[in-house]
Design a protein around this ligand. Sequence first.
Ligand code: ADP
Length: 796
Amino acid sequence: MDTHEKLPELTEVEATEIAQQSINISPSAKKQARKSPPFHFVIWLYKWFQANSFAPGFLSGIWSQPILGYLVAFVGQLVIVMGLLVLFHTYPSFRFLEGPMILFILLVALGWGAGPGVVALLVGAVMLIFFVFPPTFTFTMSGSSEVIELLLYLAVGLTISILASNTERARRASEKLRLRLDTIIDAIPDSIVLFDLQGRRIQQNRVAREMSEIENLLLPAEELPDKYEMIDAQENPFPPSQLTHRRVFAGEREAQATIGYRNTATHHVERWAFVKSRSLADEQGEPNYAITIIHDVTEQKIADEIQQRLAAIVRSSTDAIIGKTLEGIITSWNSSAESMYGYSAEEIVGEPITLLFPPDSQDEFSAIMEKLRRGERLDHYETKRVRKDGTILNISVTISPIKDRSGKIIGASAIARDISEQKRLQAELWKSKQQLEVILESIADGITVQNTDGNIVYMNEAGARLCGFTSTSQLYQASDSPIHAESVIQRFVVLDERGNPFPQDELPGSRALRGERAPQAIVQYFDKALELRRWSLVKAQPIFDEHGEVQLAVTIFSDITESYEQQQRKDEFISMASHELKTPVTSLKGFTNVLQRRLAQQRDEKTLHFLSRMDFQLDKLTKIINDLLDISKMHSGQLALHNEPFELDLLIQETVADVQAALPSHRLLIEGETGVQIVGDRDRLEQVLVNLLTNAVKYSPKSDKVLLSLSQTSDEAIVSVQDFGIGIDVSHHQKIFERFYQVTDPEEKTYPGLGMGLYISHEIVNRHHGRMWVESKKGEGATFYIALPILQKDNL
Ligand code: ADP
């Protein structure tokens, strides 16, 4: 096996054999051969000589021509006979022997075949007759012993010549056969190793010989480099005793195994081999050898793994994955395809893909196939298919050509996703978007949507009109893209309710963009060009993404100019009226007091009684006028506070005592204490307490007690006023602090009032940086809370 020689070309002997065969089967040759026996004999003779002469193995080039054999035979035999004759002449006692001549014939036959051997034999025979057998120098023979001798010479010579020739030819044939086998074995890409009983390599082919370290999948464990270990297909250690040649020596006729070679350092399996051994008998027929073939299956294993992995991906994909031939015959069908289309793989593999096409889109198939044949792919192509049950399915499909190794397109793969639900949602989304747009366009309020950069991403028609444009399209034409909010409102001076400039950052839209929920403000827009003043109630709302980050802010502008101006006029009137009322009522009060003093001197008890009723009503009137004046002041920002530090508990005790004296129907109880000082307007805070206490008494006619609770936290003093009266429904909790708000439920009708007290109280508390709120349920009494910041000792 250890040879690199190429397969030899056909030898002449073989060529002749083949030629012979072809001549034998050629009818024309047969016809010719049948022509005449002598001719037949000549052809036979020619062919015999041709078949029995070959080139000597030890010569090459021109010298290897078989014709040289004939020359050597002829000349050589002549020379030998001449030499023998010279010997015979010199030593007459020398008995001429045919031995050397026969030896020469043997050599010639071994070297060039039986043809030249026969020539040497014949030359020898002629020479014997002419020179040796008496009468010499004639071609006749006298004695019968010479004839016998000649015949013996011819018989021995011919036999030796043919035998030698055949032996040599057989030797050459077997040598060539061996060379050819070696070449074939060397050409095999697997390692082939012959082991003896001791596990030694007796012979190996080229692949086994040439492969380097790991690629030469060494079988004897002893020869395996340290850095590798053998593992079985399950990646467990492979015991050396299980090596296939050892198993064969242990008695198995044939053994096979898959062995992996793992790098002990990296734990990476670098090679996989499929190993097969078979016992081989020695000359004595004993099974002393094992022929082992090692087939490197690394790539196959990797390919298998990739294939398995891909198959698993295809199996587990939620998309339908379908393979088809270029003719559109389905070749593979995964489980998602089964559930999506309703056909099982057994049902549909082998069927045309057009089975899934709706009847009206059968043409689509040829269009798709045309594209695929050009090597193009269809990406996320949206179309319709039919399920087994006949229902229509909306899908998004990517169809790609499948190419073989040479790049030839042999089929196509289709990866389809059911988008029916998506389509439905899209349609719904489109519908609701349409609806929303119609609503947004038809409402009177202006609506804008701003992104975090402050750019306007949407504005409705009313919004555009409020901004001084005739329509949104005019706004888009007049503005740069993107439209920045500031550029839209630059034609306006933006003011607050009191006419002070409204900082851009404080506008509800900006506050919403900072994450504030539902900011709102009354904003005055003064159009510089038209010198027009308008008021808007601006409300904004942030829109958050899934991470809670503000993405957009929606701002709604309600034009309240008319109602606002009306309100202003109303406020001005109230302010004026209360001012106008205050003077006469004050003098009325003064005169009443004078009259009271006089009548007291005259002891006119009856008139005094009427006067005290009048005084009481005048007090009520004064309170209403004062409240109205307070409201006007608050509204115009003119309510002045005279702040000073004072003991809160003391104020509460004094106020409660005063109110208790005026309203004896209820017991006003104080629980706990705050024990703190606060800074504020004592009178105004007293006004708040009086308000809460009078309300508590007023709205709890069936009860006789009001509870004041005092407490404190680290930074606030908390005062609560609890009554056990009619209570307030939760829906009114916010509104009762608004100006002139009164609960208008039927049972409330009996309570007089103007809805000013809580508004004033709330404003006063706010101005003290405090908080005020209510906790109540209808019919279960109400608790009003005031929380006021404590004057910290350090600040004293
Ligand atoms: P009014 O002068 O009407 O009492 P307020 O501003 O003091 O005005 O109160 C506003 C409204 O809040 C009242 O009309 C009443 O309906 C409700 N209210 C206030 N205090 C109480 C209370 N303690 N119990 C039930 N309802 C109350």
